[in-house]
Design a protein around this ligand. Structure first.
Ligand SMILES: [Zn+2]
Length: 189
């Protein structure tokens, strides 16, 4: 009889432990990553990162205890009340920078070759951008809080064209064909 009680207690403890662990893991996956919010103070875009480990730790108590790990306005405004967290709680997926970029590229074609960018390979062949000065760049050259402006002013470029264009820019003497240029039809759209 005693053994049966011990067994039941062990099963209950394991069950509770598993539930806590799964809710912590879900919270961690949900809140990791860089997000774009509208700063309640400046009404301008700010790039923030939720403290995902803390969110996982406090997951059993709900999402009331979220806090930021980083913000593009820090360290100057590190003492703010972090009211932007409300925007993240109400739409956690929509403000993820990765999701914003995936959606933007998914609806566009490369300005050089016209290829539909569709599904993005962010590991090996991540897409790039062309600036208004017609220089291609990668996303790691752009601060996250500038993403909204950049999406308005820059054009999408596929990985292959970015590599080719970078090569052309560095070694212009190797290229006889000077007619290589972005497709005008894309520029005017
Ligand atoms: Zn291309």
């Amino acid at each position: 009889m005693t053994l049966l009680v011990y067994l039941l207690v062990a099963i209950v403890v394991l069950g509770v432990f598993f539930l806590l662990l799964s809710s912590a893991a879900a919270a961690y996956l949900k809140f990791r990553g860089t997000r774009l919010v509208t700063c309640p103070e400046t009404k301008e875009p700010a790039a923030v990162e939720v403290d995902a480990k803390y969110a996982a730790f406090t997951a059993p108590m709900g999402e009331r205890d979220l806090r930021l790990k980083d913000c593009s306005r820090w360290p100057e405004r590190q003492d703010c009340e972090q009211q932007c967290l409300g925007q993240i709680v109400s739409a956690p997926e929509d403000c993820l920078v990765g999701n914003i970029l995936t959606k933007w590229y998914g609806e566009r074609t490369c300005v050089f070759c016209g290829k539909a960018l569709g599904e993005i390979d962010w590991l090996d062949h991540k897409p790039a951008l062309m600036s208004p000065e017609r220089v291609t760049l990668e996303w790691n050259e752009i601060p996250a809080d500038k993403v909204p402006v950049v999406l308005q002013t820059h054009m999408p470029v596929c990985w292959d064209c970015h590599i080719a264009e970078t090569f052309r820019r560095r070694y212009p003497e190797l290229f006889v064909d000077r007619s290589w240029k972005p497709r005008e039809s894309h520029l005017s759209s």
